[in-house]
Write a protein that binds this ligand. Structure first.
Ligand code: TYC
Length: 118
């Protein structure tokens, strides 16, 4: 494999500790092995029963939105049926979906939330 194993290739040529006996060496930088994680959209679904203020509260507390943005997202979902709360790595998205559904359930609201690969 070429240049993506995270090791710095060293070109010191196999003597002892990998030096060339002169106390000097050559270190070639290679590209570090970093892969961008897949991202997942967390989606909020509209329903006829969950209070608007409850949805705004969730967007503030679970998704860290300011009040203005929270209202904007809530109204988008209310008008279009579905809307994006944010983009996250898989485990973060999964956790937020669970938090939303569980918080809504505890308050006896039917609010639903899901995720999909970006
Ligand atoms: N449609 C709800 C109402 O009129 C408000 C609402 C908005 C519910 C967004 C869910 O994801 C939602 N009370």
């Amino acid at each position: 494999m070429r240049g993506n194993n995270g090791d710095s290739d060293n070109h010191e040529g196999g003597r002892g500790q990998g030096g060339n006996g002169t106390g000097t060496g050559i270190v070639a930088k290679t590209r570090p092995k970093t892969k961008k994680p897949s991202l997942y959209k967390v989606l909020l679904l509209n329903d006829d029963y969950t209070p608007m203020e409850f949805v705004v509260h969730i967007l503030e507390k679970i998704f860290g939105k300011n009040r203005e943005d929270a209202i904007e997202v809530m109204l988008h979902v209310h008008r279009h049926g579905v809307g994006v709360c944010g983009l996250f790595t898989f485990e973060v998205a999964e956790t937020k979906v669970t938090q939303v559904i569980e918080f809504a359930r505890r308050h006896q609201h039917p609010l639903q939330c899901t995720m999909e690969k970006e």
